[in-house]
Design a protein around this ligand. Sequence first.
Ligand SMILES: Nc1ncnc2c1ncn2[C@@H]1O[C@H](COP(=O)(O)OP(=O)(O)OP(=O)(O)O)[C@@H](O)[C@H]1O
Ligand SMILES: [Mg+2]
Length: 218
Amino acid sequence: MYSSSPDRLCRKIAKIMERYNEIARDRDALRLRSGDGERRRKVSPMTPTSCFTKCRLHGRERDMRRVTELLLSDEASCSDVYSVVSIVGPAGVGKTSLAQHIFGDEAISSKFDIKMWVWVCQEFDALKLTRKLSEETTESPCDFADMNQMHRVITDRLKGKRFLLVLDDVWDESRDRWASLQVPLQCAARGSRIVVTTRSKKVAKMMALKMHQLGVPV
Ligand SMILES: Nc1ncnc2c1ncn2[C@@H]1O[C@H](COP(=O)(O)OP(=O)(O)OP(=O)(O)O)[C@@H](O)[C@H]1O
Ligand SMILES: [Mg+2]
């Protein structure tokens, strides 16, 4: 039976009003407007790709040399199929731009049989990333929704080949998730390389033994 006294109802209404005002204050602080709905998931038209404008990279000669060195250093003793070099630095400092120039460099490209570029971004979606990897290896759209089939496509294409893979804008800190993404890369030829760009030192250390810290260009 409902037996709320007027006093109790008043207190409840006051609490609801208090909460409402709190939410309204947060909305103002975050500058949200009435048209702002749920979190936008659309890929921005500014998604960075391996293509870049031919403009010069100002003040990055030393960084370019150093990353090239890390990338091409001979690792005869290394038994791994590939090694990973991470480029780490704050937002907007030029990590993607440097990776693009490395990716497009003819002397570097000539050392690899196949080149792939995957923009990873904040949300780690293993299926989506594997599909992108598959599309990069075959240079055609991937119709498979099944992980196993995608892995087969990637391994068929990479078998015995030296690849250069750029994973741009990595945020995810889970070692296990990264290990799962890298499974189909194991069939490639030794001497393959992965370049990771990230704002996070933790990610950079987790993914790569070789790290290049990017500061403001001089
Ligand atoms: N050395 C440079 N010379 C000229 N322009 C540069 C240089 N480095 C970066 N830029 C320009 O600065 C902007 C930001 O660079 P970029 O996207 O490479 O940064 P980022 O470090 O990858 O940022 P984020 O952390 O957001 O991914 C781009 O428009 C790029 O063209
Ligand atoms: Mg970037």
